[in-house]
Design a protein around this ligand. Sequence first.
Ligand SMILES: C[S@@+](CC[C@H](N)C(=O)[O-])C[C@H]1O[C@@H](n2cnc3c(N)ncnc32)[C@H](O)[C@@H]1O
Length: 285
Amino acid sequence: MCKNREFSLSKKPSVFTPEKINDLVIKLSGSRKYRNLAVPPETIRDLVQQAEAHGIPAADIEKVVREKLHNIVAPYLGDPDYEKLKTELAAMPDRPQSPILKDWCLKILREHASTRERIPILDEFYSRIFEFTGKPHSILDLACGLNPFSLPWMNLESEVRYDAFDLHQPRIDLIAAFLTHIRQRGSATHTDILVQPLGQNADVAFFFKEAHRFDQRQPGINRTFFQSVPARFLLVSLPTSSLTGRRSMLDQDRRLIDQSVSGLPCEVHEILFENEIVFCIKKGL
Ligand SMILES: C[S@@+](CC[C@H](N)C(=O)[O-])C[C@H]1O[C@@H](n2cnc3c(N)ncnc32)[C@H](O)[C@@H]1O
């Protein structure tokens, strides 16, 4: 797991010119590690600006931005072979309930830690969530990762609008092809949801297993972010134990949500699963 340095290393003012920011954007997005992912330039720009605002000396900015970017992209959580999967998809049945398609989706869900951990609870995960929210007509899946491959377990009508967002281009391309293949109404958008405002409203927004990393990227940012999400129900999930499975994270999960919503006009209901907790935030009371 990467270490995450807080932006409090130095109070000395730094000077990072727009040209230097552009040079760093080109250097990092063209690097071997990130070249294929097409990390949005605005993400790197935002990280530099955040570091500057916190007084990181110019000489340390690249190092701090690299650390933050590593934590955002989280390559240690796993990735499938997107090109191979795109070819396989063309030969798959298009019915979401087809056992062959579901097996193929499970294979993909197993490739990333967040979705792999959810497989044992997948049969009840969405039915318990929709019991609370009601069956939605539209869903935003924010920082979606590989979660759209759980669509067969959501049991949605094909007219339900499902819009997925992630900053990882190959993931988004495969998700877009999948939505078209199963004829699910919706879209897959390559964007940094912390920097670009979300265009459309929805009944329900999923923000699964990423709020703790948002807080590492920019401490306290979830409070502003949660308020900006244009959905009546915001469903924020967090893992209840560390990646190694050794440490319980439930207290810190609850603290993070409490800090993010306390004093705001909303109601929070918890759904606790074996290894994941979903905070169902009903907004605008
Ligand atoms: C830990 S995974 C969670 C995936 C999914 N939500 C789930 O629980 O299965 C985090 C995902 O968020 C994406 N991500 C991180 N920060 C983001 C941002 N600011 N905007 C869009 N996507 C982001 C990453 O690319 C990655 O695919």
